[in-house]
Design a protein around this ligand. Structure first.
Ligand code: NAD
Length: 258
């Protein structure tokens, strides 16, 4: 593949080799893109530096805590300095406190609710606002986030993260409407369950995986590379007429009733 040849991309949310953001970075690299990788804080900096060394083109690395507006501003200054303009942005970020996803949903505190929606949904809006002027310089762009079916249906222990994903998916549609006239597309990939650091916080996650193996039309779960291939399509010109979409990559699980 080389349909991202000469394109500049920002990939936010690399924590380790299992991160979906990292799988997408690898797919974008293989498709020819030049990348900036962003990680939450120095705890993930070392990992990200090691991973980035395996890419075929040197990547810019920037730490950015998405709960801080000034760090988001610095991130885009760094991207502008490195690339000038931006063709795509990948948002692979979510956070909810351990309590918020283990206690009964009714017990969700105001602070945990606000934090989950801030990091997991509002951050897409903030990043889209920063990316848009850099994308305009390139004649348009593609913004992609990652979501889960827990936005629409109840899964055990997903709790406030389901509410955050509902807000995220609605944000995809509103951003698509806002930015479409500037030829900037906004989409989400809704991935089936995959064991990552974020997933490790959800107790009973293995049971969800098993349920997909038994019930999904393809009788299996999905892997990060499969999510990344779908993501690469949504980032590339082949999907130039697709925006405001939540694209299911879940072995067909979403289509089942029982
Ligand atoms: P992950 O833990 O590797 O990625 C989550 C990322 O969010 C990490 O890099 C983490 O550092 C980052 N993050 C958290 N708080 C942050 C903050 N304040 N500032 C900046 N970054 C912050 O796990 P993942 O599974 O790759 O998750 C990536 C995305 O994919 C998430 O939105 C997740 O909800 C979504 N998703 C995951 C699955 C799954 O089963 N793993 C399924 C569907 C969707």
């Amino acid at each position: 593949m080389s349909d991202l040849d000469g394109k500049n991309g920002l990939v936010v949310g690399v924590a380790n080799k299992r991160s979906l953001a990292w799988a997408i970075a690898q797919a974008a690299d293989a498709a020819g893109a030049r990348l900036t990788l962003s990680y939450a804080n120095e705890r993930f900096g070392e990992n990200t530096r090691k991973l980035a060394a395996s890419l075929s083109r040197p990547a810019q690395l920037v730490g950015c805590d998405l709960s801080r507006d000034e760090e988001i501003e610095s991130l885009f200054q760094a991207v502008e300095g490195e690339h000038g303009g931006l063709d795509f942005l990948v948002h692979g970020v979510a956070f909810a406190s351990r309590e918020a996803i283990s206690e009964p949903f009714t017990q969700t505190t105001r602070a945990d609710f606000q934090q989950a929606l801030d990091i997991s949904a509002y951050s897409l809006v903030a990043l889209a606002r920063g990316a848009a002027p850099l994308m305009e310089r390139r004649g348009g762009g593609s913004i992609l986030t990652l979501t889960y079916l827990g936005s629409d249906r109840v899964f055990p222990n997903y709790n406030v993260m389901g509410v955050a994903k509902a807000a995220l998916e609605a944000s995809v549609r509103y951003l698509a409407a806002d930015l479409g006239p500037r030829n900037i597309r906004v989409n989400a990939v809704s991935a089936g369950p995959i064991k990552t650091l974020a997933a490790a916080g959800i107790s009973g996650f293995s049971r969800i995986l098993q349920h997909y193996r038994e019930s999904a039309p393809l009788r299996r779960t999905v892997d990060a590379a499969e999510v990344a291939d779908a993501a690469a399509f949504l980032l590339a010109p082949g999907s130039r007429a697709v925006t405001g979409e939540v694209f299911m990559v879940d072995a067909g699980y979403h289509a089942t009733g029982m």
